[in-house]
Design a protein around this ligand. Structure first.
Ligand code: COA
Ligand code: NAP
Length: 273
């Protein structure tokens, strides 16, 4: 999509920016002229994402780091500043998910998702703050509609993402005086992504999900990217602390219907799907 946004001369850091929605967001900012830094756990994914993002012609760097390791995350911001100077836009979207009934989630399974999504978001924001170009910086957390719509087989994700949106709101209040805006985007079901492949692993479940969206179809990573760019642009200069659904209306009521397929998958008990 052609975009009205211009991020020439700006540095954008995307945590978890090496695949799926977040990589789509990184591509959109790179196309709009930004310098990019991306991080995720796996060096091979980082290398592939850096190479793909460089095709837009701008400078791109990437680092392997687990958002559960605050010191490792901090180092990536230091290294980004050493190369690019301060950061103008932070998109924080590293996450983990698997569908499972509450009784099929071990304490370590629940902890893993909370540690990546919620604690990881805190690590990323806390580590980024000293390196943000203030005033004027924008932070966008990639959350999920499960943050405010309870969804069966997603207790761990619902709890973690609800926490992410509270991190957004409190950071928006605490950092407003420094001129840093903080918002969340909650994507609907986005086609071809790891998250959606896990929640709807076959065609019948995919169709159920698509039908549960009032607009009747899946979204794309670019739908999410356009919202992130708007939130990080001067057009949204008075917008902070917002949790913005970009979901074709999914969170208005269809989310629960999407779980029907999972209900069938777990009909035999609380084991792995
Ligand atoms: N059902 C139930 N429990 C599961 C599970 C499933 N489908 N998948 C993993 N778990 C449990 C594991 O059994 C383990 O618990 P245990 O030690 O009590 O057995 C726990 O979760 C951690 O698993 P592990 O594979 O060691 O964790 P990890 O830190 O390497 O990976 C995950 C984290 C589980 C979230 C993994 O799926 C991941 O890396 N996801 C990233 C990609 C992704 O989820 N993308 C979609 C984003 S929305
Ligand atoms: P994805 O492709 O799996 O993206 C997750 C990214 O985070 C990857 O780059 C992954 O790379 C990285 N990551 C995972 N664990 C990490 C960790 N511990 N430390 C650092 N990086 C880590 O999944 P996606 O479906 O596109 O989801 C992206 C975001 O959108 C997530 O926040 C998700 O909750 C949200 N979302 C997705 C949907 C959807 O329809 N897909 C809907 C609503 C919300 P590595 O494996 O290399 O670490």
């Amino acid at each position: 999509m052609n975009t009205p946004f211009d991020f020439s001369g700006k540095t954008v850091f995307v945590a978890g920016g090496t695949s799926g929605i977040n990589l789509g967001v990184a591509h959109a900012f790179a196309k709009a002229g930004a310098r990019l830094a991306v991080i995720s756990r796996k060096q091979d994914k980082v290398d592939a994402a850096v190479a793909a993002l460089q095709t837009h012609g701008g400078e791109v760097i990437g680092f392997a780091a687990d958002v559960r390791d605050c010191a490792a995350v901090e180092q990536t911001f230091k290294d980004t500043r050493a190369r690019f100077g301060g950061i103008d836009v932070l998109v924080s979207g590293a996450a983990g998910n698997f569908p499972a009934p509450a009784l099929g989630i071990s304490p370590n399974g629940f902890k893993s998702v909370v540690d990546i999504d919620l604690l990881g978001t805190f690590h990323v924001l806390r580590s980024a703050f000293p390196y943000l170009n203030k005033p004027g910086a924008s932070i966008v957390n990639i959350s999920a509609p499960q943050a405010y719509v309870p969804m069966e087989f997603q207790m761990h994700v619902c709890a973690a993402k609800a926490g992410v949106d509270m991190v957004t709101r409190v950071a928006a209040m605490e950092w407003a005086q420094a001129g840093v805006r903080v918002n969340s985007v909650t994507p609907g079901p986005i086609d071809g992504t790891e998250g959606m492949n896990r929640l709807a692993p076959n065609e019948a479940m995919r169709q159920m999900v698509a039908e549960s969206v009032p607009m009747g179809h899946f979204g794309t990573p670019d739908d999410i990217a356009q919202a992130c760019m708007w939130l990080s642009s001067p057009y949204a200069g008075y917008v902070t602390g917002v949790v913005l659904p970009v979901d074709g209306g999914w969170s208005l009521g269809g989310l629960s219907a999407s779980a029907v397929g999972m209900k069938k998958a777990f009909a035999g008990g609380p084991g792995r799907s």
